[in-house]
Design a binder for this molecule. Structure first.
Ligand code: EPZ
Length: 468
């Protein structure tokens, strides 16, 4: 869609991002704290009656949702700049409401800390989502092995420790799948159990290592986090802590992929290189040059990129959360690329939206896609059906000819804080047109000079999370 072609009034039932593609990016993008670590660390703070300070917290709607759940259970929560202080001393309840938990799948992590702290927990099943059924079998199986009686009624999982004094009993657990959430849930539960727990076939993600880092700072005795075998020796209680969240490797990867899609040179910082090795290898295989600089990485992209093959796997394999963003990049790489999603059963929903932009992608209808690179995508209205699919469409919009209109921002804002403002700071022509504005404003923003001064629209930072 070209600027001039956009004559029909813009349908603005939701906020939308408007992106004028083909702009080179230049400069530096800062990476925030990791969403998928911060959520687990917040749950872990419920294990202690003493305050836990978490630094480098990301400003995201998911974090706000977790905060509301913890406060509803009696915990204290307040922000001090980018730090959050959580007070587990006030924890009185062990059954978060469905009205709160249904907004955040990660709320199910709380069953471990609540059971360990109180000997009882009643947590609503998170249910499936757009990318898959998201079972919690491994979580419940492990807790049962530790002596919890698990039952389910009306969509709520009830767990009760049967050990003496309502304590869980350490034991050896073998996970059928290296589930991140199950590993984190069981590791948290095991910190206060009687005796040693061994998690075999555990998830090795950096977020699991970060959680172990916080728990050890709180006095837990954990060995092997980051490997497939984690040993936890139970202690009687955990004390408070002051701990910094690791940089978000998925956000860092999203920025590097965006730079490659815009054929640009960009500095992304901070980045823990070992957290992204599979992604960096693929970007270099395609022809990008990536060099360490200070705490971050600088990516330089040639005019032409080669396609490649990728297969998502548990860490240290290629991360499933960057599969959609990477497919947006492959859509304009030269030649054939092949993508296989092995972690989630329904994580190709972004394909249809990329096809609307002119991408040549054929799938097996399940989990595999063949991408034939095209010279250019075309800007059209698209919708992000989940968090990472929305990020993929923003990336595609940066590379496309004309204006791309991206909806589904409630998904995007779950994992990326003020993304449009940050991309604008490195030269992207991108605007968030708020649903409260008239279609005329959007029309002017598009057919006129496309006012990209951020002052032209309300500051979204007042919207996304600040209503914690
Ligand atoms: C975490 O989800 C992340 N979320 C996800 O990030 C991430 O994609 C995922 O790990 C994999 O890395 C958070 O940390 C909050 P899993 P989680 O349990 O814990 C199967 C994002 O975009 N499985 O490792 O739910 C399951 O079906 C989100 O930021 C079982 O088979 O992931 C899935 O196919 C999306 N049995 C696979 O494992 C079980 O009992 C991965 O699930 C549990 C899971």
């Amino acid at each position: 869609m070209t600027l001039a072609a956009l004559n029909s009034p813009v349908d603005l039932d939701q906020s939308q991002l408007f992106i004028v593609g083909q702009q080179r990016l230049e400069g530096e993008l800062h990476v925030n704290g990791a969403k998928n670590s911060a959520l687990a660390l917040m749950a872990a703070s419920a294990l202690s009656h003493e305050p836990v300070r978490l630094r480098n917290m990301p400003d995201l709607t998911d974090i706000g949702a977790m905060a509301k759940i913890l406060v509803s259970l009696g915990m204290g929560f307040h922000l001090e700049g980018s730090s959050a202080v959580l007070r587990g001393g006030g924890l009185t309840s062990h059954d978060p409401s469905y009205d709160l938990t249904r907004k955040l799948r990660a709320s199910f992590f709380l069953i471990g800390p609540l059971l360990a702290r109180h000997g009882v927990a009643k947590v609503p099943l998170p249910g499936g989502c757009r990318i898959g059924s998201r079972p919690v079998r491994e979580h419940n199986k492990g807790l049962q092995a530790m002596g919890a009686r698990i039952s389910m009624k009306d969509g709520v999982v009830s767990a009760e420790a049967q050990g003496n004094h309502g304590r869980l009993q350490g034991c050896s657990i073998h996970l059928d799948y290296p589930s991140v959430g199950a590993t984190e849930t069981l590791m948290m539960a095991a910190t206060l159990a009687e005796g040693e727990t061994v998690l075999n076939n555990a998830a090795q993600e950096p977020e699991v290592m970060d959680l172990a880092g916080l728990l050890k700072t709180m006095g837990a005795r954990i060995q092997g986090a980051g490997s497939s075998t984690i040993r936890i020796a139970g202690v009687k209680q955990l004390h408070g802590a002051d701990y910094a969240v690791i940089p978000d490797r998925i956000e860092a990867g999203t920025f590097l992929i965006a730079a490659a899609a815009a054929r640009s040179r960009l500095h992304v910082t901070p980045v823990e290189t070992s957290h992204l090795s599979a992604v960096l290898a693929k970007l270099e295989e395609m022809g990008c040059s990536i060099s360490p600089q200070g705490q971050g990485l600088t990516i330089t992209t040639p005019g032409q990129l080669r396609g490649c093959e990728l297969r998502t796997q548990p860490f240290p394999g290629f991360p499933t959360d960057l599969q959609a963003p990477f497919m947006a990049l492959l859509s304009t790489a030269e030649g054939d690329s092949f993508v296989t999603e092995t972690v989630f059963e329904n994580r190709l929903q972004h394909v249809a939206e990329l096809q609307r932009m002119g991408a040549q992608i054929h799938t097996n209808g399940v989990n595999a896609a063949h991408v034939k690179g095209v010279p250019m995508l075309s800007g059209v209205p698209v919708t992000g059906t989940d968090l990472r699919a929305a990020a993929a469409l923003v990336i595609a919009g940066l590379a496309a000819d004309g204006v791309t209109q991206v909806g589904g921002l409630e998904n995007l804002d779950r994992g990326y804080a003020r993304l449009e403002e940050r991309l604008q700071s490195v030269g992207a022509r991108i605007n968030r047109i708020d649903a409260t504005q008239t279609a005329q404003t959007a029309q002017t923003a598009l057919t006129g000079s496309l006012d990209l001064s951020y002052s032209s629209i309300p500051d979204p930072s007042q919207g996304a999370c600040r209503n914690w």
